[in-house]
Design a protein around this ligand. Structure first.
Ligand code: BGC
Length: 806
């Protein structure tokens, strides 16, 4: 358990085998380039431990045979384990947790410094008591380096200690029990060598993507801080390489071994090839303490840029800090130079195989207002994959760019076509890849990035093309029905993954998902606005290059006016056409029988039933509209489409879908907290607490062990920032509209806008904005309510809406 919540630390004061995998995920250390789970260094993958090291963007495809069918899957590859360090006393057995009596065992994740510390007291089978402290880091500003230090103090004995340290390639992708039937051996040609005194290297390559990977480790031993001479003995195991170092020790001596590791792959830039780079980097690495202090300094700089202080309970502050921490493990300044997207489960585990979904929609707002260049790199991951998306559209007989629902290496659709239901053991067909709204999310991200940064260059060179090609795709998906003079979109899946078809129809997909339709209208308008933002020369060039003529843009304009939106029950937007004809689910009955019904889809399938039959959603779908669009924007869109939706129907829509949602995705709580924030603060805070508890308390019971939920983590910061504090960029202006819940104390937030580092303090309906002194950038515009001011460097203004209407 997390016994003593400190805002700056996550502490586990015992060793609990049943909870170990969740702790490994929560104690993952990374730097945006690679991450390693917080497994104990002496462990190998077994029922209790699940070591994993993942390099961002390092994918491989494998074919497996499941129920007589061949399935190809692409996965983020679990790379050789660089952690192994164990020891023995005299001729005793090698240390492992199962072989000793644990007198004490504590793991502490230091969220301020990015250091994982393990403290233990052990009694071995000969009755000897040894104290052990291990510290590790994955370097934040030297992205290829990591360090692990082990200090032993013999409390009750004198003798020899032999350390065994190495690199272990005997790994596979076995982190998710549901995937056990699938082939998980991605690494081939694994080979370990001695590479110099106290230096070993292990190299391998991925079987299909042929990414060469090298890890090198150098070790040094110390007795009472005096470096010890003498090289290690190299021991080869099949697919692993170790070195052994023997040290004489008297009682209470401090015996220490430092292990510094370098990791390179052939995807890296500025290298010759990974092996020589890894060897050189490990050989030349400074000592553990020196590297640790530059790492801590890099973390401090990042922590400063991502400050998000709350004067509320330690537990809330800890969860918020943990979320910022894991966001930065996965995406950091090191990500800016990489060709990678936002993996839904971080670099923390193997769930969803490291795939990239629409989750960046929830992640980018936090990044864009702090590290816009990183946000831009993540958008480039998408624009670079336009050729694949165009190919996919063409193959589907459509035009433009059809981005995949699940993306990996080259942007091909990586969603699986069959999905194991662990409850029933069956592999029903999976049609969730029909979530064509993914393209809307990508275009939305590009547009909002542009709004927030004014990055005209990006819009002109890559962003506009992504928006236009996505619009072209969704417009080609839309069918004009002359009779009703409306556009419709059929055979797709909305954000709610429970509804992938109609109970009485053989072909998959549902029709006129309101979210997709309305957002397509939004997209068509945005595409036209995008064209208007380009200068004449670039617009002419791009329209020529894309062969985009007036008849096509006229059609977009027409779609933005005539898209069909299904409604039922007096002002309730139907999730999709025919939703209101589905049966009502007896929620109480299912809750009574199953308790946790968040994965209602699995429960129903196991009962031989299907969620397609019911008005029951996995996650926010219609309500996504209220999440992405302001009430004014939505009203305006619907009015242009010829529909009226009085404001007072919004709470009824929220209530209607809230009662029919099982929250089987962690994204659902983020969206519900958001949409309820202004109308039902207590309920919104309940959802917010749920978002904070998501991984820390593993609310989905078992999923955190397979990787954190990055979108929910980043979404919690966005809730504080955009939702409760009301901080947004609109029309080149930093706009504040705080409605801050007293329950959360006061907020102190750091953001960056147009090159200005800015501190914002919020309580109630008051916000203080301070720009840092020293910037040479032009002053910014800042507005709240009816008041707008211009702020230069080193200026402060206080806004208050205390007397404004709610
Ligand atoms: C949700 C998706 C989400 C994915 C990855 C699924 O459970 O339904 O909306 O993108 O998880 O986080």
């Amino acid at each position: 358990m997390n016994d003593s919540p400190s805002p700056h630390r996550l502490v586990f004061t015992d060793f609990d085998p049943a909870d170990e995998k969740r702790r490994e995920a929560l104690c993952t250390l990374g730097n945006g380039y690679f991450a390693t789970r917080g497994s104990v260094p002496e462990a190998r993958a077994d029922g209790v431990h699940c070591p994993g090291t993942y390099v961002a963007g390092c994918y491989n495809r494998l074919t497996s045979v499941v129920s007589g069918r061949e399935l190809e899957h692409e996965s983020l590859v679990n790379l050789p384990n660089w952690l192994p360090v164990t020891f023995r006393v005299d001729d005793g057995p090698w240390f492992e947790l199962a072989g000793v009596e644990l007198l004490a065992h504590e793991q502490e994740l230091d969220l301020e410094r990015g250091v994982l510390v393990r403290r233990a007291r052990l009694r071995d089978s000969a009755g000897r008591i040894t104290r052990m402290v291990q510290r590790r880091f994955v370097h934040m500003s030297r992205p290829h380096l990591a360090g692990l230090e082990t200090t032993l103090v013999p409390e009750s004995w004198s003798g020899t200690i032999t350390f065994r340290c190495g690199l272990d390639g005997r790994v596979g992708n076995h982190g998710v029990a549901r995937y056990e039937g699938l082939n998980g051996r991605h690494l081939v040609d694994i080979r370990g060598d001695e590479a110099g005194e106290n230096l070993v290297v292990l190299h391998t390559r991925t079987s299909g993507s042929d990414i060469r990977v090298a890890e090198a480790a150098s070790c040094r031993t110390f007795r009472n801080e005096v470096p010890l001479a003498g090289g290690g003995r190299t021991v080869h195991d099949e697919q692993a390489v170790f070195q052994e170092f023997t040290v004489d020790s008297n009682r209470l001596d401090e015996i220490r071994i430092e292990k510094l590791v370098a990791l390179f792959t052939s995807r890296d830039s500025a290298i010759v090839e990974p092996v020589s780079e890894a060897v050189e980097a490990a050989r030349e690495a400074e000592g553990f303490d020196e590297l640790l202090s530059s790492h801590v300094a890099a973390w401090a700089r990042l922590g400063h840029a991502f400050r998000c202080g709350l004067s509320t309970s330690a537990a809330t502050r800890q969860a918020v800090r943990l979320h910022v921490f894991h966001l930065l493990q996965t995406v950091s300044p090191n990500t800016a130079d990489l060709d990678v997207g936002v993996p839904a489960r971080g670099l923390h585990g193997e769930a969803y195989r490291g795939h990239v979904f629409w989750d960046e929609l929830f992640v980018l707002p936090t990044l864009t207002l702090r590290m816009p260049w990183v946000a831009r790199a993540l958008l480039r991951y998408r624009s670079r994959r336009l050729p694949q998306a165009r190919l996919a559209a063409r193959r589907a007989g459509l035009s433009g760019a059809m981005f995949p629902w699940q993306s990996g290496s080259n942007g091909r659709e990586e969603s699986q076509s069959w999905h194991l239901n662990p409850r029933s053991g069956r592999w029903p067909a999976d049609h969730t890849h029909l979530q064509r709204h993914i393209g809307i999310a990508i275009a939305h991200n590009v547009w909002h990035y542009y709004q927030a940064t004014d990055d005209e260059e990006f819009l002109a060179e890559q962003g506009a093309e992504t928006i236009l090609e996505t619009t072209r795709f969704l417009a080609s998906l839309a069918n004009y029905e002359r009779g009703s003079d409306r556009y419709t979109i059929s055979g797709i899946v909305g954000p709610d993954e429970y509804h992938t078809g109609y109970p009485d129809r053989d072909s998959p997909g549902i029709d006129n998902n309101a979210y997709t339709n309305i957002m397509t209208a939004w997209l068509c308008r945005t595409a036209l606005r995008t064209l208007g933002e380009l200068d004449n020369a670039r617009r002419a060039e791009l329209t020529d290059q894309l062969d985009l003529d007036h008849s096509e843009t006229d059609r977009w304009r027409h779609i933005s006016r005539r898209m069909y939106v299904p409604f039922h029950d007096d002002g309730i937007i139907s999730q999709f056409e025919g939703y209101d004809r589905l049966a009502e689910l007896d929620w109480d009955d299912y809750r009574g029988r199953y308790g946790d019904i968040s994965r209602l889809d699995r429960i129903l399938e196991a009962e031989g039933d299907s969620p397609n039959r019911y008005r029951a959603s996995k996650q926010a779908d219609v309500l996504m509209l209220f999440y992405l669009l302001s009430a004014e924007e939505l009203e305006q869109l619907l009015t242009t489409l010829g529909y009226t939706m009085p404001r007072d129907t919004i709470p009824r829509n929220i209530d209607y879908y809230l009662r029919r949602t099982s929250h089987g995705s962690t994204l659902s709580a983020v969206v519900h907290a958001w949409v309820l924030a202004r109308a039902n603060r207590a309920k919104a805070l309940e959802f917010f607490d749920n978002v904070l508890a998501g991984d820390l308390h593993d609310v989905q019971r078992g999923t955190t062990a397979e990787g954190i939920h990055l979108a929910a983590m980043a979404g919690s910061i966005d809730l504080l920032q955009r939702c409760f504090a009301g901080i947004e960029i609109r029309d080149h202006t930093l706009v504040l509209n705080p409605l801050w819940p007293a329950e959360l104390g006061a907020l102190e937030l750091a953001i960056r806008f147009r090159g200005h580092p800015i501190d914002i303090t919020v309580t109630g309906r008051t916000a203080t904005v301070r720009t840092a002194p020293g910037s040479r950038k032009s002053p910014i515009r800042c507005a709240c309510g009816s008041r707008a001011v211009t702020l230069g460097p080193g200026e402060t203004t206080v806004f208050s809406l205390e007397h404004a209407e709610r």
